[in-house]
Design a protein. Structure first.
Length: 207
């Protein structure tokens, strides 16, 4: 009996802090709200993660921002009745999938560095764009772009470790900011140039 209890205690001590905290935050923009936004907490692993899929539908990439772990693949599905294309011309990644036929699925390997976000476009339809982030975490969210005229964007990430120490907020227009987290204490940061910030981020890690 003592052996069983000892083994149980040892196992519990070896486990990371149980997930259960939530990160609640708001991005307040002084300037135009960007088309792409992403918030993540590094180093979180979850048991069930849905496949990474981007749909090409009605000449739009859906979703417009996605994250996947480095070395994995994102499936580009074409739901339109016309051909599409996906390409990247970036410092971190350069590739071209060629023509994506209607109904086809094309794999894009996420082989750029962790923490890097790459923009993809369609050479056939220049207005199409999507961002794929290579992240070493399963805890991320891509906040939706609000209606015209609204300059605040709220976000919420749940099931986080109670001792999560860092959060990163990225935007396609104003770069990114890293927040240092302490339970119950509001963290804040600025996006854009230090002398002319484009947005303020506030976030609190709640039990």
């Amino acid at each position: 009996m003592k052996t069983a209890v000892y083994a149980l205690v040892t196992f519990a001590l070896a486990m990371p802090h149980l997930a259960g905290a939530a990160l609640e935050g708001v991005i307040t923009f002084e300037k135009t709200v960007p088309a792409g936004m992403l918030v993540w907490v590094p180093g979180v692993t979850r048991a069930a993660v849905p496949p990474a899929v981007i749909d090409q539908k009605d000449k739009v990439f859906l979703p417009g921002v996605l994250a996947a772990r480095p070395g994995t693949a994102v499936s580009m599905h074409n739901s339109d009745a016309i051909q599409h294309n996906a390409f990247a011309s970036d410092k971190a990644a350069t590739f071209d999938t060629g023509l994506n036929a209607p109904g086809s699925d094309t794999a894009v390997k996420v082989d750029w560095p962790a923490g890097t976000v790459v923009r993809l476009g369609c050479k056939i339809h220049p207005a199409m764009q999507v961002w794929i982030a290579a992240l070493d975490t399963d805890a991320w969210i891509a906040p939706a772009v609000p209606a015209a005229g609204i300059k605040t964007v709220a976000f919420s990430l749940k099931d986080l470790p109670a001792d999560a120490a860092t959060a990163v907020v990225w935007t396609s227009k104003y770069g990114q900011v890293e927040l240092t987290l302490k339970p119950g204490v509001e963290a804040s940061g600025k996006l854009g140039p230090a002398d002319r910030p484009a947005a303020t981020v506030t976030a609190t890690l709640k039990p």
